[in-house]
Design a protein around this ligand. Structure first.
Ligand SMILES: NC(=O)c1ccc[n+]([C@@H]2O[C@H](COP(=O)([O-])OP(=O)(O)OC[C@H]3O[C@@H](n4cnc5c(N)ncnc54)[C@H](O)[C@@H]3O)[C@@H](O)[C@H]2O)c1
Ligand SMILES: O=C(O)CC[C@@H](O)C(=O)O
Length: 525
């Protein structure tokens, strides 16, 4: 039974779903990285929110880990390249908390417009300062969105309901989508010059870090109010403090900080500054949503191989996964076979799918070929890290589909190109389930690829089968299955035999010494 650790506070629905889906679950929150490292080796899955930092050190200690699930959107607390290299799938729940976070941005906009926190503190202090708190209306004001994805577009919708004019800077926003969500797409400088309120809704990337820098803050309209419910680091906090102190910025509300938890900040205590402790996603509805989503996605993956919302792997639905499973087994065996039989640097791997195989999602099939092939070089390879490793090793990967059936109703062919040329192996599924090799370097052969095997290339000549049988028999090696194929009568022939135990180098040498033998290689599947 797969085992998951929930290491951050999460709605109890998550644990309930894991258990209902046959996944064992432990909830252990508040651990230090060292404490987490000590226990993580026991788990197949790790479910987190934003507190747990999934670093390379944690991943190195997580010997059984297959999936990290983030109950939320941002995955900046997960080292995704290290997870990919370790073959761990990283998933998030991209929509579960979007409405809640958009509502928090709107709430902070109102709070800034009417100085609600300060008015509340003053009133509760018995001051009744009616003349001190003169607010501004939102109606007819211009709201500038930096980032108009999921959350930005919900903010746009709500702001339009408040009769605001919404403009957006987002280089990836298409003109059609801008029309659909009712915003005017503008350049950043235009947004800075025109907006009465600015809200940020981008991830933190090299392009967005300090997007509101001192220089850009200086370009904003005097009296602008700024809200950040996205990520700390989008605003230069020192520059914001200076702009609030000078009065150029009339108000700022931050839910997120460069350093979190933000226990101290020069911004704290600044007039017209409001802060919340990364509460954007903190509503009971959003937390139930993300807990359910993350548990369902992780359970799908651990129980049936379905992949949803993964950041380092193509999606694969839980319905699609069982159909693809035998193909992935076939693809992995073919990749492994060709990897074991090829020496020298690989320039290209091509995966051709024909007939029924061509109708399927090719990404997992290609991933399985690469995993089978690269596992010959490293036993930590799996479908997640194989494409990254192939890229790292400069191997070109080609994917070709042909939905017309050839000799077989379904076929996968894997070709490897090296300096010596290009060679291919091909396989099919018997009864839509049993992987079978049907072609080996241009020779028709029919074989199961399983367990220990011996590959022999010889000159087709009478008596060879007897000689090889005797040689193995004398060495006490039992032959399970015997498969033969030849290019033409009297030409090159291949023998693939399965044996009950690993073939020793001494036995390989004896078989190689038989008359007419050109190549002998032990194989393992
Ligand atoms: N405060 C919270 O608790 C909380 C909760 C949920 C999400 N978030 C954060 O909010 C942010 C937005 O989430 P989302 O779901 O809307 O993400 P999203 O991916 O749907 O949208 C992000 C948008 O940013 C745009 N973008 C990317 N680079 C840009 C750039 N250089 N300039 C301008 N726009 C750029 C993208 O094109 C995209 O439209 C994320 O950082 C997420 O982690 C915070
Ligand atoms: O889990 C949280 O509380 C915050 C989540 C939020 O930052 C996100 O990116 O989804």
């Amino acid at each position: 039974m797969p085992k998951v650790l929930i290491s951050d506070k999460m709605d109890p629905k998550a644990a309930q779903i894991f258990r209902e889906r046959g996944v064992e679950v432990d909830e252990i929150t508040g651990k230090t990285p060292e404490e987490l490292m000590a226990i993580i080796g026991d788990y197949d899955g790790l479910a987190i929110r934003s507190s747990t930092k999934v670093t390379k050190a944690i991943l190195d200690a997580a010997k059984n880990l297959k999936v990290v699930g983030r109950a939320g959107i941002g995955v900046d607390n997960v080292d995704i390249p290290a997870a990919s290299a370790a073959g761990v799938v990283v998933m998030n729940t991209p929509f579960g908390n979007s409405i809640t976070t958009a509502e928090h941005a709107i709430a902070l906009m109102f709070a800034l417009a009417r100085q609600l926190p300060e008015a509340d503190a003053s009133t509760q202090a018995g001051k009744w300062e009616k003349n001190r708190f003169m607010g501004v209306e939102l109606t007819a004001k211009t709201l500038g969105l930096i980032g108009a994805g999921n959350i930005g577009s919900i903010v746009a919708d709500r702001a339009q309901g408040l009769k605001m004019k919404v403009i957006a800077f987002d280089p990836f926003l298409s003109p059609e989508r801008a029309i659909e969500i009712g915003v005017e797409k503008v350049e950043l400088d235009q947004l800075l010059a025109r907006a009465d309120f600015i809200t940020l809704h981008t991830p933190l990337t090299d392009q967005t870090r300090n997007i509101l820098s001192a220089e850009n803050l200086a370009k904003t309209k005097k009296g602008v109010r700024i809200i950040n419910c996205a990520r700390g680091g989008l605003i230069d906090e020192a520059a914001l403090k200076a702009a609030l102190d000078s009065g150029h910025v009339a108000g700022a509300a931050l839910d997120v900080f460069v350093q979190e938890p933000a226990k101290e900040s020069p911004l704290f205590g600044t007039p017209n500054f409001i802060s919340t402790p990364h509460l954007g996603a903190s509503t009971s509805e959003a937390q139930v949503n993300v807990a359910i989503q993350v548990a369902e996605q992780m359970a799908d993956f651990l129980v049936s191989g379905g992949v949803t919302n993964a950041l380092n792997m193509p999606s694969l639905s839980a319905e699609e996964a069982p159909r693809l499973k035998p193909y992935m087994a076939l693809a992995e065996k073919l990749g492994s076979l060709v990897g074991q039989l090829t020496t020298g640097a690989i320039a290209r791997v091509s995966v051709h799918s024909e007939g029924a195989a061509a109708e399927l999602n090719q990404k997992p099939i290609v991933g399985a070929v690469l995993a089978g092939f690269l596992r010959v070089q490293s036993d930590t390879v799996n479908m997640v890290n194989a494409p990254f490793l192939a890229k790292e090793r400069g191997i070109e990967v080609r994917e070709v589909r042909n939905d017309r059936e050839g000799d077989y109703q379904t076929l996968i062919r894997v070709s490897l190109k090296t300096e010596a040329g290009e060679r291919s192996v091909a396989g099919t599924l018997f009864g839509n389930a049993q992987p079978r090799l049907v072609e080996l370097f241009g020779i028709k052969v029919e074989a199961d690829l399983a367990g220990h095997m011996l590959y022999v290339v010889n000159e087709d000549a009478p008596g060879f089968i007897g000689r090889i049988g005797t040689t193995l028999g004398e060495a006490g090696v039992n032959i399970g299955t015997f498969h033969l194929g030849r290019r033409d009568a009297g030409g090159e022939a291949v023998v693939l035999l399965s044996v009950d135990e690993a073939v020793t180098p001494e036995l390989v040498a004896k078989v190689r010494a038989l008359p007419g033998v050109k190549t002998v290689m032990p194989l393992k599947f």
